[in-house]
Design a protein around this ligand. Sequence first.
Ligand SMILES: C[S@@+](CC[C@H](N)C(=O)[O-])C[C@H]1O[C@@H](n2cnc3c(N)ncnc32)[C@H](O)[C@@H]1O
Length: 608
Amino acid sequence: MKTTGPRQVRRMTPRLSALYANALPADRTGALYNAFSYPTKISPESIALFIATHTAPGDTVLDVFSGSGTTGIATKLCDKPTQPMIDLAQSLSLTPEWGPRHAVLYDVSVLGSLVAKVMCDPPDSGRFAAAASDLLKKAEASHGWLYNTTGASGEPGTIRHTIWSDVLVCLHCHRETTYWDAAVRRHPLRLERTFVCGGCERTIDVDDCDRAVERVRDQLLGRVVERKRRLPVAVYGKSNTGNWQREVRAEDQVVCNRAASSRVPSTAPVSEIAWGDLYRAGYHHGITHAHHFYTPRNFLAVAVLWDLIDQYDDEVRDALRLLVLSYNATHSTLMTRVVVKHGQKDLVLTGAQSGVLYVSGLPVEKNVFAGVRRKIATFVGAFQLVAGSKSTVDVQNASSTKLDLPDGSVRYVFTDPPFGGYIPYAEINEINEAWLRTRTNRADEIVVSAAAGKDVAAYAKLMQLVFAEVSRVLRNDGLATVVFHSAKSEIWSALTSAYASAGLTVKLTSVLDKKQASFKQVVSTITVKGDPLMLLNKSSASKAERPATSVHELIDTVLLDSRNSPHPDERTKERLFSRFVTRCLSEGIPVSLGAAEFYELAGVWRLQ
Ligand SMILES: C[S@@+](CC[C@H](N)C(=O)[O-])C[C@H]1O[C@@H](n2cnc3c(N)ncnc32)[C@H](O)[C@@H]1O
């Protein structure tokens, strides 16, 4: 069978074909990417290249699922391109006309919209830096004791982080052992699945043990609650002799107790978690409110910072809130973890897992003040990158099922829609939104969710409404780039019927090569590496009749192309599936196989 991709590309104008001919890199690095982590976001530099190539200065760009506003930031960059953008354009022989555009962003997410507003219209970076340093100074002046301690030899020091541990209960003799003592082994460093109980001396599987619980008075709720018992097991700190690690001492417990009984500012949230698909009876035991995701010390530290922000000028206040939130859910809560990494002598510190609300058996309590202070430079760098751009961005915190835009007013759409039930954004963002005291309206969220009673049919219907709106506001010569991935054929079907019913057709396809895979992409066996990307237009010209291609023929073509490709990435099973999907899309045939069926049929299960 002849391939159709390259033939299609040759018919396109040279500048578009260069953009879609190869998998475009989408590095997940740099200040603009790192300032705030929002699940699945793409680097703004890559999007900027798409915008600059598909539009002219003065044009309107739309993102109907804008999340943290990357399309808006990218629009800003079109008038202030970075060197890597210029270099990438040159290497692809693209000659975009840099200059200001206007972006309109829609998202139902309250958190996403705040991120977008601040990042696309930042305060003066100098004034922000001064306010942020002052904020930290004030918080440490009143609450520095939260992390002050003594080092390994008794000298004054500061806590960098404390590792806590679940407590296991022996199923035979009920003796309690910390998970830390039971599982962490050194030389080489590893987490064992079994241990010998110090009480009955039997060998026990960690997973067979109950986790100890305790009943404590919850100061904020004013009642006794049950929660998992967790104990501090190792303290990592620094003093003028350098970094150190030591065992927990009585003085540590004194500080924890003081934090637990201290007054929490009234601006801190006492907010019930609206649990949905992410609730897990085991590790979420006793977590009913946002503050249960924190140790008392870290909740107090975030609350003190949050409360102080009200003292600052309007101009910097939202940016300061974002600074604190950027470290909040991912680094200040019990979702912060340590992991074992091959070849490392000690456990490696990391943040919360992306896309889930997982609390490990060894949660970590990082120093919130030190972490927030470290993020100031990243924010300053990000703000400076967009400062001075004459592009404008309008952020709408609303559902895209109804756009407040005139017919035919948009030149170009760049969007990455929610991928079925892959990530329940509103639930993920719940902890940060508790601090904002405004939550995303989940009724409007387009997602497949058993907890919300939204099935694939409901998802497909809402996607149709959005694409109908996209088609309405798009100029007749307008284009839309859609980045999407799913390992499920029914989700692909929902997407393809949404744009087809709106009168949009696939003009080109490609793959966006995310250099650093997200957590789910790394651990799940059924994933899509490199997101399929499609360019849609309103062309009413019917496609030339071609003999129908069978799934087997498509698979053969994909496998043949991968063997001929000089890029090793093209031979990973995930990339092969992405290529299979993009071929289906450009041929206009249904994506009838999910990733698992594709791997089976193509015989590529074992490929890495
Ligand atoms: C894949 S994410 C987009 C990420 C984004 N590109 C970024 O830069 O962060 C999909 C987004 O769709 C949003 N969404 C879900 N339903 C929506 C609706 N009805 N209208 C607008 N946005 C919606 C979610 O809140 C989520 O932020």
